[in-house]
Ligand binder design. Structure first.
Ligand SMILES: [Zn+2]
Length: 232
């Protein structure tokens, strides 16, 4: 609660029994918050993942400190449940530490799946390279079976392009430009493991780059450098 303003008003009662008596009316304006949501976020003050409360505030006219008349809305904020720091709503767009840890292997799985679906899904060297890339991204127990599961999930998916977009957009938030290039090169090497890139594989690599926020020109540069590296 934030007390914005308060006042004391003296009135003279006109009732017969109270003739001449003076009443004090204490009135004021206060903002009351109510929780409209909660979840986990990364609190910059605490320096870690914490519970938050999503709160909406409304100003009230109070009489004797009791809210009587609702007035205007005064906005929403996110409040850390541990340290109490308030943040603008935009703080929820930042990934939590746990999400950051998951985003890299999840992004690599999505990228590997897209490349393998474009070609090489049954090629042993391409599959090996894909598994190594996902393990290198932090998922140490990723194996053939998990890869098959990802490939068939992609076949069953109603919108594979959207699946790729959501996995890579999350990742792009936390990857600096050189790391995006490294990530794309790793995905391209999966496509190169069974020979030169097909048009479909090249298209898939371009799509990965686009979802990471890279321009088509940047993507072509990384793809051709990776091809040269593989040919050398
Ligand atoms: Zn905190």
């Amino acid at each position: 609660m934030i007390c914005k303003y308060w006042g004391v008003h003296r009135v003279t009662a006109r009732g017969s029994g109270l003739r001449g008596a003076r009443l004090l009316i204490i009135f004021g304006l206060r903002v009351f918050y109510r929780t409209i949501g909660q979840g986990a976020f990364h609190c910059q003050r605490c320096g870690g993942d914490r519970e938050y409360r999503h709160r909406a505030g409304r100003r009230w006219f109070t009489v004797f400190f009791i809210p009587v008349i609702p007035l205007n809305n005064v906005g929403e904020h996110v409040k850390c449940a541990v340290c109490g720091t308030r943040y603008r709503m935009g703080v929820l767009a930042l990934p939590t530490a746990a999400q950051m840890q998951e985003a890299l292997p999840a992004g690599m799985r999505a990228a590997a799946t897209v490349i393998l679906r474009a070609g090489g899904g049954s090629s042993a060297p391409a599959r090996r390279r894909a598994i190594d890339a996902v393990r290198g991204a932090g998922l140490a127990d990723y194996d053939d079976e998990a890869l098959d599961a990802d490939l068939s999930a992609a076949v069953m998916s109603a919108d594979p392009a959207q699946d790729l977009a959501s996995a890579l957009n999350r990742l792009a938030l936390q990857l600096a430009v050189p790391a995006r290039e490294w990530f794309l090169a790793d995905a391209v090497r999966i496509g190169l493991a069974d020979g030169p890139l097909s048009d479909e594989e090249r298209q898939a690599a371009q799509e990965i780059a686009a979802q990471l926020g890279m321009t088509p020109a940047q993507a072509r540069g990384v793809i051709s450098m990776t091809e040269e590296g593989a040919a050398a």
